[in-house]
Ligand binder design. Sequence first.
Ligand code: HEM
Length: 500
Amino acid sequence: IAFIDRLRKRNEVNPPLPPGPKPLPFVGNAFSIDTIEPWNTYEEWGALHGDLVYARLFNQNIIIVNSEKIAKELLEKRSNIYSGRPFIATIEPFGWTYNVGLIPYGDEWRLCRRMIHQNFRPEASLKFRPMQLRKVHQLLTNLLESPDDYFAHVCTFAAAVGMSSVYDYDAAPQNDPLVEVVDKALYLGLRIMTPERAMLLDRLPFLARLPLWFPGATISRDAATSRQLIDEMVEKPLQYVRDNMATGTAAPSLVLNLLQRHDVNSPQPELFDSALRKSSSTAFAASAETTSSSLLFCILALVLNPDIQEKAYAQIKAVVGTERLPNFEDSDSLPYIEGIVRESMRWQPVLPMGVMHATTADDAYEGFFIPKGSTIIANAWAMAHNEAIYPNAHEFRPEKWLDSDGQLTDAEPPTFTFGFGRRICPGRHAATASLWAAIASFLATFKFMKAQDAQGNDVDFVPTYVSGLTRHPNRFPLRVVPRNSDLTADKLANLVRASE
Ligand code: HEM
């Protein structure tokens, strides 16, 4: 407390900390935070104290940035000192040291980031497009065959695109063993990998023995399971590429490319090998949960807004017709679909607080002191729901991105969903293309409607969510109905053929 008081009372040469909630002794503001959905607390603090807020979790300085403008000023323009990552106590026990997104700023991160960037930069991402469309078409086939399993189909799609782009592994249309490993591996860690939860566990370790966020489970048992699953997630697909290399059947992929360049005589072969493991598994893991969550939110928005589906279908019918499915060449002629894609990313950012950054040097902004080692939370949730920029922000309205002629406005797309500065998501180009292809194809083929009870009445529901570092809706009652009532697997296959 004395330390904070000293910081707060800094004079003009040494400016004060940003305003924020009053801390308690020892715990700081830890117990005022909603640990399930902390972004709500941070948004409330923003309303009280402004867009730059200081808080303290135990002895950790937290700077919350609630506006996109300030996030860009700090995390982009001053990225040389805002690109660190904070220590998170759950990383090591849960086996998440593999994750490039959590590696501190430095040489190891730089090497990993370069490996990923080479494969996912804008021009390189274009090569994934035919594969992305193929996987979307498989997703449509799965939805037609077993619409009630929509949740699993969307997750399989997202993982399959990731597997293909990183390992050239062609996941089975359903119940693929590697996809299952990843789903399980990520589920445990993502729920616990937030600074708020991790810090509570670090400081109050007895919490680890209580079933806090997973009823019926304890954190320590989950940590052991997580480590084992992560190990499988990292090693199994790598082995797949190595086996294919041995038989001469490996097709081009990020991993093959890196393995071929791997020179065991280079000065630091172990460093390269470790970076390869981390960058491949991260690129793949980072795409799976995020892409599926974004699509599940989009489907939720469509169910709740049937009028939007009708407008979208009318545009697709006018531009693409009904004899084929949309492809990337149609995208410029389908502004309403682009509006839906952007609105899906804005309405419910799947990483509501992005991934936290950390400062690697002292700084000052607009008269406030930002100490070295602060955790910086760019609150995407607050940015997405800023009423001054997005009136009626909690409503899903593609029109927010369109002018009165239905054309896209000059407004910047919701890039804040992909973070900021040197740590911005390197997979954002590939991710946006996956979302576009899936959403356009969904809307061309199906209606997403509320499920019906035995009497034929719509089943109303209140959505619930799973929250951690990422967030997605829980399964909700859904009826996926083909636009064309006599759509069969054969007819869908013909539509797909006509689109390729
Ligand atoms: C809709 C899908 C996606 C969303 C919403 C998303 C969002 C994000 C966000 C918010 C961050 C943190 C950025 C920051 O620290 O400021 C991030 C980091 C990252 N994302 Fe994505 N992402 C998506 C898909 C992907 C894909 C397809 C890849 C595949 C390469 C990927 C790879 C990564 C990696 C490697 C990082 C860590 C970057 C670093 O720390 O340097 N993401 N993503």
